[in-house]
Write a protein that binds this ligand. Structure first.
Ligand code: UDX
Length: 440
């Protein structure tokens, strides 16, 4: 099939590349000339395991193309995906200007029947807006061309995006015509080797499914973080409680790990947007709001433990930090707890020495750009020199089983603050290390 994907960010680039991998002819479009030029040269703007090789292979095989010209890209396409950003607006709602600008361009340039797919996470009702926008442009042109608007939310996880996309748990398709359902099924069928896992529904339900999925997962995390905070105060151990409740199949073990708070591009933005969608429709989403509040506070839990141990004023103190990315396997620092912890420590006068296997460039260029008293190092043990304690915030594999003797010998005082409960099994107290973690 001939596919166009508009927006070459995380979702667009991964989707486009995976469709190409399945033998489709895919053109990825972006308004960012520099980005497109780099992609054409084989330079991938994001770190995502397996993506670079797949892009290079499909460019070489002439299945994957990059352009800034949307009109040319869609002239032969049967399906066009809208996968541009929906950043958080000032009021917390999703900003639709990029989605609707693409819809407008599609309406201005389309020449034959097209299935237009909303892949970006967009508020319920956006497909209708996309439809109206396209129709308006067609009316201006005096053209009568059929088109469908479909909602096909994306559930991939960063760091596992290629695997998630190539082997989806489910493909949700919200549409209102047989033609659109058929086209979408034809496109996705090759991704299911045995039985298919299509879930078809009406458009608004599909749009809502994405928000409900992310809000549910965020709720599990915030719930567990709240339980952890209570555990700390009553002398219980959240890690044992986690195992105790996860064994109930109705609850399950996944997404109930207490930690330093969730981050990333999806959960924080989508929880906020869902709260806003509810509000705009006359409903106060108390639970969703609490999920967000609990998480905002949780991002500072490690900083509070440090203050409790060392006092309000941290001037003269140095901390060695392992992990900046919001989770392992990505260079993404959007809403990462590290941003909040580092700023809080620096505000209290401390110096922070940091190491992350992938996210230091992001930190330097954006997220911690103008923060003083921070320093980046290229190895995990280097940040511990002349430091008063080690803080773990991202559970990269290389941090999971470190040399505790070396940590102990390098730090000024052998203290670890573990924001991801990675070292519970090592009985660090027996090794003479003062150990602080989440939920105990
Ligand atoms: C998420 C959803 O999983 C995905 O389906 C959706 O499409 C986009 O949002 P992603 O943002 O890539 O994907 O990250 P995910 O792996 O889900 O982790 C989110 C955050 O939750 C991380 O900060 C992680 O550290 C945190 N988390 C996760 C916990 O704190 N505890 C847990 O038990 C699980």
């Amino acid at each position: 099939m001939n596919i166009t994907v508009v927006g070459s960010g995380y979702v667009g680039l991964v989707s486009g590349t995976c469709f190409a991998e399945m033998g489709n002819k895919v053109t990825c479009v972006d308004i960012d000339q520099k980005k497109i030029q780099k992609l054409e040269e084989g330079i991938i703007p994001i770190f995502e395991p397996g993506l670079e090789q797949m892009v290079l292979k499909n460019v070489k095989n002439k299945n994957l193309f990059f352009t800034t010209n949307l009109g040319n890209a869609i002239s032969d396409a049967e399906i066009v995906f809208i996968a541009v950003g929906t950043p958080m607006g000032d009021d917390g709602s999703a900003d639709l200007q990029y989605v609707l600008a693409v819809a407008k361009s599609i309406g201005k340039t389309m020449k034959k029947r097209l299935v237009v797919v909303d892949k970006s996470t967009v508020p319920v009702g956006t497909a209708d807006k996309v439809k109206i926008t396209i129709q308006k442009e067609l009316d201006v042109r005096g053209e009568d061309i059929d088109f469908d608007v479909v909602s096909n939310p994306e559930f991939l996880k960063e760091g596992a995006a290629i695997t998630d996309f190539m082997k989806p748990d489910r493909v949700v398709i919200g549409a209102d015509s047989e033609y659109a359902f058929d086209k979408m099924k034809q496109l996705y069928s090759p991704f299911f080797r045995t039985h298919d896992r299509f879930i078809t529904m009406d458009i608004r339900s599909a749009e809502m499914t994405k928000y409900a999925a992310n809000a549910m997962l965020a709720t599990k995390i915030s719930f567990m973080n709240e339980i952890a905070n209570i555990c700390e105060r009553v002398g219980a151990d959240a890690n044992q409680v986690r195992i105790g409740i996860g064994s109930d199949q109705r609850i399950g073990y996944s997404f109930i790990y207490p930690g330093a708070g969730y981050g990333g591009s999806c959960f924080p933005k989508d929880v906020k947007a869902l709260k806003k969608i509810a509000e705009e429709n006359g409903y106060k989403a108390n639970l969703i709001e609490s999920v967000e509040n609990v998480n905002d506070a949780q991002k500072l839990v490690i900083a509070h433990k440090i203050v409790k141990r060392f006092g309000e004023n941290l001037s003269g103190m140095t901390f060695g930090l392992w992990g900046l990315a919001f989770k392992p396997g990505t260079d993404d620092m959007r809403e990462a707890p590290a941003i909040y912890v580092v700023k809080e420590l620096v505000k209290r006068g401390a110096k922070v020495k940091m190491y992350d296997p992938k996210a230091m460039k992001e930190a330097k260029e954006f997220y911690l750009k103008n923060v003083e008293n921070i320093e980046y190092f290229n190895s995990k043990y280097e940040v511990l020199k002349e430091a008063n304690a080690l803080i773990l915030l991202t559970e990269w594999k290389e941090f999971r089983s470190p040399d505790f003797e070396e940590i102990k010998n390098t730090l000024i005082s052998p203290i670890i603050f573990d924001g991801r409960n990675q070292y519970i099994a090592y009985k660090l107290e027996d090794k003479g290390i003062e150990y602080y973690r989440i939920g105990k």
